[in-house]
Design a protein around this ligand. Structure first.
Ligand SMILES: Cc1ncc(COP(=O)(O)O)c(C=O)c1O
Length: 387
């Protein structure tokens, strides 16, 4: 089937999901084989060994590449493995500029792993283009962005940053985990690589671990595949199946969860025990206008807010919810709550964390598919528990 001209929602269901020609099964089988019979000794075949390629993984790669509008994709064992896969394009002596509002694990990879390979990093507030000018060096090779950022929900103008980077021949990678391709497709703004923690919205049900890279350029895809095959960092067929199944409902989930999130953000911003709310769908959010342009009709389902006065009050709050489960991760049908300072961003050095505005009283929620009324009641009683 030619799927090129089909809408996003239809492609989510049909790309990579061709019926099984042997049996007519509507859902393709999960291919578990680790090795494949060759037509002859030394003769090439589409699949030869599962580290190099696997049909279940390939189906997912084609699907995410279609949704992101890239030439191809690669599926990894986790989101961090995918980020690391992209960073393997760098070599000793190169410099990376990354957003200041990024996932704690990416911070750790850059500051505590890649630095050992002689790769330098600067964290920059990517909302301000002059800060990129200040940070750029002759050896800057990559700009790594997140929008909305994690956990402060900062909005970076992707088009502006990509234009800036292109003029300096700097590669742009965007961690699109929070926005998903339903709301933002970074390659359309000029990014070279898009990364997903497929563990989150793509999978959507808290039951699979994986990461995906999609790129707009065949040459980059080939290099990424060379590194992936050399290192062996691949997604399992079972996870590829689960993530692909999750993607069939991605648009419905993301739009519904975003609409509940907007209502919860409005509720939180009126609450006396909440000092501030970070949600790009609120008009008072500094990135609201950019988000309206860059995000397709909704603002995502992640919110962060300052609860109470200090670390221990915020801790009490996150430990007092019932429906919002106290857990890292995000993007699934069930709502989650966490305290970045002690959980998702605990990998930050404390001074760096505070300098980047990730305070002790910050709380982050991932809004799931439960009803607005039930989620509001749950947050309300947890905020009251701080008294
Ligand atoms: C924005 C973002 N990027 C990357 C990751 C890493 O993904 P994974 O946990 O699948 O390795 C996460 C995980 O929480 C994340 O939130």
């Amino acid at each position: 089937m030619n799927t090129k001209n089909l809408s996003f929602r239809t492609r989510s269901i049909h790309v990579g999901s061709n019926r099984d020609p042997q049996t007519g099964a509507v859902v393709p089988p999960i291919h578990v084989a680790s090795t494949y019979v060759l037509p002859g000794a030394g003769e090439p075949s589409e699949f030869d060994y599962a580290r190099t390629g696997n049909p279940s993984r390939q189906r997912l790669e084609q699907l995410v590449a279609s949704l992101e509008g890239g030439v191809g994709g690669l599926a990894y064992s986790s989101g961090m493995a995918a980020t690391h896969g992209a960073m393997m394009l760098l070599k000793q002596g190169d410099h990376v500029i990354a957003g200041a509002d990024i996932y704690g694990g990416t911070y750790r990879l850059l500051h505590k792993v890649l630095n050992q390979a002689g790769i330098e990093v600067s964290l920059v507030d990517t909302r301000q283009i002059h800060r990129l000018d200040q940070a750029a060096r002759d050896n800057t090779r990559m700009l790594w962005l997140e929008s909305p950022g994690n956990p402060l929900m900062s909005i970076t103008d992707l088009e502006q940053c990509c234009r800036w980077a292109k003029s300096r021949k700097i590669l742009v990678g965007v961690d699109n985990t929070f926005a998903t391709p339903v709301l933002t497709r970074p390659l359309e703004f000029g990014a070279d690589i898009v990364m997903h923690s497929a563990t989150k919205y793509l999978g959507g049900h808290s039951d699979a671990l994986g990461g995906v890279l999609v790129t707009s350029q065949t040459e980059i895809l080939e290099r990424l595949h060379f590194f992936q095959n050399a290192v062996g960092n691949v997604m399992s067929p079972w996870d590829a199946y689960l993530v692909g199944r999750g993607i069939k409902t991605l648009e419905l989930r993301v739009r519904e969860q975003s609409s509940t999130a907007l209502r919860l953000a409005e509720f939180l911003s009126q609450h006396p025990r909440v000092r501030s709310v970070n949600y790009p769908g609120l008009e008072q959010h500094p990135g609201y206008e950019i988000a309206r342009r860059q995000m397709d009709g909704a603002f995502g389902a992640m919110i962060s807010f300052e609860a109470g006065d200090d670390f221990s009050q915020a801790k009490t709050m996150v430990e007092s919810t019932g429906l919002f489960q106290l857990a890292v991760s995000l993007g699934a049908v069930e709502s989650l709550i966490e305290q970045p300072a002690s959980m998702s961003h605990a990998a930050y050095d404390r001074e760096d964390r505070l300098a980047h505005g990730i305070t002790d009283s910050l709380v982050r929620i991932s809004v799931g598919l439960e009803s607005f009324d039930d989620l509001k009641a749950d947050l309300s009683q947890a905020l009251d528990s701080m008294d």
